[in-house]
Design a binder for this molecule. Structure first.
Ligand code: ACO
Length: 321
């Protein structure tokens, strides 16, 4: 039997200093705090400074996670960065982060699964750890969505924010990560996209976020229902065995729907969407770090993380804390 499991042994996060409230947005587009809060649960979001890059956000979060794990960057055997807003076309943000951490040689690559990026990155790193060849892996999710938003489009610009979260995985004889479940359906690519690219030295297409909000909402609720069932069945657990839900923080109404499906009271759901808005891949590790640092998660508890995002992609990771 495989005894190469991975455990999360350190978490970290970072939010840029600037806060943009719903009241600030009222002065930018035709919206209101009441509309935004009642539809989404969002009150404010953080916005990266002009000179700040995604790898900078990732670096802050990584340092916090590495310190919490009690290791140094030199101990890392693998770096996986989940981002939809990389520093540049290439090299990967993971390679840039590796250099900023002052290390070299370990494999480093990006994962692109939009809001499911952290789940995809964690699942990928866990598979590497199960090979038995790696002792420590860093999984980081970092996003600067403020740079791919149309700030004149009230239907999208109110929903997102910037930030980063990170975890350090350590190889272990016992889980740790119990199971991961990943899915994608590319036939929905147009429902949520940034349809631009670089071509011949110019931007081709419109590199700003567009979505069918209602369509995303309905799809998200359906597949999150399914992924919860799939994860419980794979681990032969009942709904009552789940101690904490750490969902992707897109919209409080989607979060309520998943909590209801699990029969979980909202006290058992980690919610940051009110203060962070939707930070895409970064939202789960940001919420996880908050719950770890305020002592909510206890050893032996079952923690379910789930997300859905552009692609569409969706997935879940179940952890025994
Ligand atoms: N302020 C005020 N009015 C607005 C705003 C705004 N910011 N945005 C849209 N409206 C208006 C619309 O123009 C529309 O007006 P109309 O009736 O005169 O045409 C009205 O509000 C209702 O618009 P709807 O889109 O029907 O509003 P809805 O209740 O569906 O809420 C929302 C929209 C919040 C986007 C919802 O569909 C949603 O949350 N969808 C999920 C999308 C999401 O979370 N995307 C994130 C990325 S994917 C992910 O992370 C899972």
């Amino acid at each position: 039997m495989n005894s190469n499991y991975s455990r999360i042994v350190g978490t970290g996060s970072y939010l840029p200093a600037k806060v943009l409230t719903n009241h600030d947005l009222e002065r930018m587009v035709n919206t209101s705090d009441e509309w935004i809060y009642s539809r989404t649960g969002i009150r404010q979001r953080h916005i990266a400074a002009d000179g700040e890059s995604t790898s900078d956000l990732a670096l802050h979060a990584s340092r916090n996670a590495i310190a919490a794990a009690g290791i140094t960057p030199r101990d890392l055997d693998l770096i996986v960065v989940a981002t939809t807003t990389p520093d540049m076309v290439f090299p990967s943000t993971a390679c840039i982060l590796q250099s900023k951490l002052g290390i070299r040689n370990c494999p480093a690559f990006d994962v692109q699964a939009v809001c499911s990026g952290f789940i995809y990155g964690l699942a990928t790193a866990d598979q590497f750890m199960r090979s038995g060849r790696y002792r420590h892996a860093l999984v980081v999710a970092a996003e600067i969505y403020s740079r791919i938003l149309d700030w004149t489009d009230r239907s999208t610009c109110v929903l997102f924010g910037d930030g980063a979260g990170a975890v350090v995985l350590r190889r272990s004889d016992a889980p740790g990560i119990l199971s991961s479940h990943l899915h994608a359906d590319g036939s929905y690519a147009r429902m949520l996209s940034v349809p631009g690219t670089v071509c011949g030295g110019k931007v081709s297409g419109r590199p700003l976020l567009q979505m069918d909000g209602g369509g995303v909402f309905r799809f998200a609720v359906r597949v999150l229902d399914e992924i919860v069932e799939e994860t419980l069945a794979a681990n032969q657990l009942r709904k009552t065995d789940i101690n904490w839900l750490i969902p992707h923080q897109a919209n409080i109404r989607i979060i309520h729907a998943t909590a209801k499906k699990l029969g979980l009271s909202m006290e058992k759901v980690v919610v940051t969407v009110d203060r962070h808005a939707n930070t895409s891949a970064a939202s789960i590790p940001l919420a996880l770090d908050e719950a770890v640092r305020d002592g909510r998660l206890r050893s032996g508890q079952h923690v379910l993380m789930e997300a859905v995002g552009g692609g569409f992609t969706w997935g879940a990771v179940l952890v025994k804390w």
